[in-house]
Design a protein around this ligand. Structure first.
Ligand SMILES: [Mg+2]
Length: 307
């Protein structure tokens, strides 16, 4: 058993605010769902900014470039500078650059990854559709492996196909070929749809099942993105709050990076999930419990109005 997280309310808001200078917030499920803003989440962040808090946006989504994000933020009236945004595609490129990676990357993913690799001068294969033609056991004629591939980067790929999996796992037969996952999210939070849309974790599992070795995960819950961001902006972990909607990525990332954490209930993780984690005897589940929770991010607007 563990304690349930505290609801952020008028009794604890003052102490809460005094404990952090930096806010890292997830996007999908916290600020917006797909292309729909969640209430007045933009105003909520502006109020925190007006109180002197630095805001950073941290997303596991690897399909867009930082410039795409700037446009999306502007279209929904968020204040966002490109220095304040970190995505798993950007972080993957930075990670490879820090490793002084000099070979070529095979991408099982989308153009967000390709464009971020371009920015750091790392060669990569093309992205886009590649469909199977003919007999899967006669693919040697169709698929020619490139000799200089030194890493396979797997992210969300809506063109996931059999030949792409064949290429990825064939390159990874070489023990020194890096296996990198931008993120391992299971599905995308969406409103008003009966369809469940798989996320990058689905593509990563396809490859991992075959190669039987775990990927280096760049996105949350791994602390790589905090290491990159804190190095760039000199952020102190103990003075940083992470806000997210998904416990097994956002909150665990916060815990892994020694940040304070707050969950909002507008995305993936529900109140019932929190109760399950708290009542579990498994200590790993307790790591999924945030310090605070709020039903929606814009509930903070009322709490901040007297500050
Ligand atoms: Mg999210």
């Amino acid at each position: 058993m563990a304690q349930m997280p505290k609801l952020l309310n008028e009794n604890c808001i003052e102490g809460f605010l005094s404990n952090f200078d930096n806010v890292l917030t997830d996007c999908d499920g916290v600020l917006w769902r797909g292309d729909d803003i969640i209430g007045r989440s933009n105003e909520a962040l502006s109020m925190l900014r007006a109180l002197g808090k630095k805001i950073f946006y941290i997303t596991n989504n690897s399909t867009k470039t930082i410039e795409d994000y700037v446009k999306k933020f502007e279209s929904m009236n968020f204040v966002a500078d490109k220095e304040e945004i970190i995505s798993s595609a950007y972080a993957t490129a930075q990670y490879l650059k820090q490793q002084q990676f000099s070979k070529k990357v095979y991408i099982l993913g989308s153009s967000g990854i390709a464009l971020e690799l371009d920015k750091v001068g790392i060669a990569h294969t093309d992205v886009g559709p590649e469909y199977q033609i003919g007999d899967p056991f006669a693919m040697d004629e169709v698929i020619k492996l490139e000799p200089d591939i030194g890493a396979v980067v797997v992210g969300f790929d809506s063109y996931l196909s059999f030949p792409k999996i064949v290429r990825a796992v064939s390159y990874l037969q070489q023990p020194d070929c890096l296996f990198i996952a931008t993120n391992t999210d299971e599905w995308f939070p969406r409103a008003n749809s009966d369809l469940l849309i798989p996320s990058a974790g689905c593509m990563v599992s396809c490859v991992e099942t075959v190669v039987a070795r775990p990927p280096i995960v760049i996105g949350k819950p791994s602390k790589n993105m905090f290491t990159i961001l804190s190095g760039k902006h000199q952020l102190q972990a103990s003075r940083t709050l992470m806000i997210g909607d998904r416990s097994n990525t956002d909150i665990l990332f916060g815990k892994n990076s020694n940040l304070q954490t707050m969950l909002v209930l507008t995305g993936v993780t529900t109140m019932e999930d929190l109760e399950e984690y708290a009542s579990s005897t498994d200590e790993e589940k307790h790591k999924l419990l945030p310090d605070f929770y709020l039903p929606r991010l814009d509930d903070i607007i009322n709490l901040l109005k007297d500050f």
